[in-house]
Design a protein around this ligand. Sequence first.
Ligand SMILES: [Zn+2]
Length: 51
Amino acid sequence: MKEIICLNCNKSFGLYNEKYYSRKSLEKIANQYCALHKFYGHEIIIRNPQM
Ligand SMILES: [Zn+2]
């Protein structure tokens, strides 16, 4: 699983199974969901979820 997260807000944008989501589509999702965060200069990363 991969997690899309804003480092500045520590906000998660959900968990995604790599089986169904390629790296490219994850980046696409991140760009859509996190547009406002990026606008404010926040750092959006795709990482392994931390339990
Ligand atoms: Zn943010």
